[in-house]
Design a protein around this ligand. Sequence first.
Ligand code: ZN
Length: 108
Amino acid sequence: MSAAREHPSHRCPRCDGPRLAPHPAGFVFRHRVDCALLAAEDATAAADAERAADAGLPGFYRRTTDAERVLLEACGVALPLDARTECYWLTPSVRRRRWAGVSLDAAA
Ligand SMILES: [Zn+2]
């Protein structure tokens, strides 16, 4: 497994951690352990996994979280207020997210 590369300019606005790109899980940052956005992202990932497991879903759409919106804005992406996040799983443990009209990495 090769080491994840850091995006040259996409950084977490709270902890300055870099976005890892490309990354198998898609939209991922290397946050500091005490970063509030990391805590928010971890909570969302757990909730997403629970929802998918409970409903037996391969994926679903939900409201975009404030943390996702802040991190996407740090990457130059401004989402509409009613933006929705599509969650789907590459494997049972690898969740990916995407947003309509957003392409952060052409090759990803
Ligand atoms: Zn952070």
